[in-house]
Design a protein around this ligand. Structure first.
Ligand code: ADP
Length: 170
């Protein structure tokens, strides 16, 4: 499927709570593979997030603005429905380790069953980033560890602000 304005449109979906340098590496490589790449936050009310969707959108926009063919958005409901709405032919996902593969395979096969015309494309994580996850970054940060180099500077700043706010709470 080719997008409305021509070219291949891909969606890079995720929680991005928060975006890490591993996500950013995938975003950059994806921007070279596809004509238009939409980084889309799943507005998942069941999954408890550290940052509200609006803040996650802001953090994504700060880094995505360096890439003219990358957009940032959020969506509710089924990913394949959102992809169809956007005229996307590809879902982009990252694989860090075998543990990611099992989960990702299941999701990819389900999405193919729901919408056979849409392909999931996997990129291997960059060697320097394959150990980074949003969850681990949050854990390390909350225990006082240094997360610079793991997340974009704007994210590190927001993590610090968040921690300060928590400290100020009764
Ligand atoms: P989800 O909650 O959907 O797993 P994430 O925000 O954790 O969303 O991740 C979105 C996608 O980015 C997933 O495909 C995940 O495997 C991939 N990803 C996460 N961290 C990295 C990383 N360090 N390197 C490459 N891909 C990554």
């Amino acid at each position: 499927m080719v997008g409305k304005a021509g070219g291949i449109v891909a969606i890079y979906p995720g929680s991005f709570d928060p975006i890490t340098n591993g996500h950013l590496d995938l975003l950059e490589r994806g921007s070279r593979l596809f004509d238009r790449l939409i980084v889309a936050i799943l507005n998942n009310t069941q999954k408890e997030a550290l940052f509200p969707v609006e803040v996650r959108l802001e953090m994504l926009r700060e880094v995505a603005c360096a890439y003219p063919n990358v957009e940032v958005d959020c969506f509710d409901g089924l990913l394949v429905d959102y992809a169809t709405q956007q005229g996307a032919a590809v879902l982009l996902r990252g694989i860090r380790a075998i543990s990611d593969y099992e989960y990702e395979l299941q999701i990819a096969l389900m999405n193919r069953r729901l919408k056979p015309g849409i392909e999931t494309v996997f990129l291997m994580a960059g060697e320097a980033y394959s150990f980074i996850s949003s969850k681990l970054v949050k854990e390390v940060f909350s225990l006082g560890g240094d997360v610079s180099g793991l997340v974009p500077p704007g994210v590190a700043g927001r993590l610090r602000n968040h921690a300060l706010l928590q400290k100020g709470k009764p």
